[in-house]
Design a protein around this ligand. Structure first.
Ligand code: AMP
Length: 279
């Protein structure tokens, strides 16, 4: 695996690969890699001729400075995992490489209602940060295909919106959420859970499964939501939201028509976990 720290060298290499007619697959990450990330690398390896992964903990997408400071860094292990997965290129830029003019007064994107709903509502500025870094990364990597996880459902919708705004031909491939054997969605933030909280964390998956079952039985959403909220509170969570949304728009689901997605965001102490499930 070739590791690039500078965009100019990465861009030169990618240009050569494109001239050799290689299709470029791109997996952007913030590191602390787990099997969910590696599944994205595997998918890219299946669909593209050259796989580029980036590891960059983007400061502009953290609305909570403590979350940024405590974000895990396991770069040595990450490199070993990427090598083992057969990833060909790792882009590992410093902050100044991504934001040479600093991180204040950056460009803003018209994300419409996506910015004020669910994650947008509880993490103000988060999706602007995601777009600021994704715009830069996509311009540098120039991929044909971009691989992202359904775990961050709304983020996939936001990136699709960004691709529209950029009038880009890049294809976004959304990959299924990888879970631990007990159902907990794999996440870099899981590393920060002490043993007791790690056990309680499975409640999110249990709630999503219950929501799916009860929705499919035709039970009213208000009744199901109340039950899910209560089990999360009983397990010690502080809840941001438990919602049922139209899977295409993320607007609150009305009725039982069309694909729906249940979404949960909640804290165990200072660790914020999100997950979702198609209903
Ligand atoms: P992150 O490093 O958290 O920014 O995530 C990088 C990419 O990996 C994003 O597209 C995530 O949606 C995806 N991802 C994170 N967790 C999982 C998971 N458990 N299964 C599949 N993809 C995931």
């Amino acid at each position: 695996m070739i590791i690039f720290k500078y965009a100019r060298q990465l861009e030169e290499y990618i240009q050569q690969q494109k001239t050799a007619r290689k299709q470029i697959g791109f997996v952007p990450t913030m590191g602390a890699l787990h099997n969910g990330h590696i599944a994205l690398i595997d998918q890219s390896k299946k669909e593209a001729g050259l796989t580029v992964c980036s590891i960059f903990v983007n400061p502009t997408q953290f609305n909570n400075p403590k979350d940024y400071q405590l974000y895990p860094n396991t770069i040595g292990q990450d490199i070993a995992k990427l090598e083992a997965a057969g990833c060909e290129v790792l882009f590992l830029p410093a902050i100044a490489e991504m934001y040479p003019a600093g991180t204040i007064n950056l460009e803003q994107y018209d994300l419409g209602y996506l910015e004020t709903l669910l994650e947008g509502k509880y993490r103000p500025g988060h999706f602007q940060g995601v777009c600021q870094v994704m715009y830069r990364l996509l311009t540098m990597v120039q991929p044909d295909k971009l691989f992202m996880g359904q775990k961050d459902y709304q983020q996939c919708m936001v990136v699709n919106r960004l691709l529209q705004l950029m009038q880009s031909a890049i294809q976004l491939v959304t990959c299924p959420t990888l879970r631990e054997p007990d159902g907990l969605a794999m996440s870099s933030r899981n590393m920060r859970l002490p043993a007791e909280d790690r056990q309680k964390a499975t409640t999110i998956y249990k709630c999503l499964t219950l929501i799916k079952e009860e929705c499919n039985k035709g039970i009213a959403w208000a009744v199901i939501q109340k039950k899910a909220v209560q089990s999360l509170l009983d397990a010690g969570f502080t809840i941001d939201y438990v919602e049922l949304a139209d899977a295409r728009t993320l607007q609150p689901a009305s009725g039982t028509q069309g694909p729906r997605v249940a979404l949960i965001a909640a804290f165990l102490h200072d660790v914020r976990l999100i997950d979702n499930m198609m209903v």
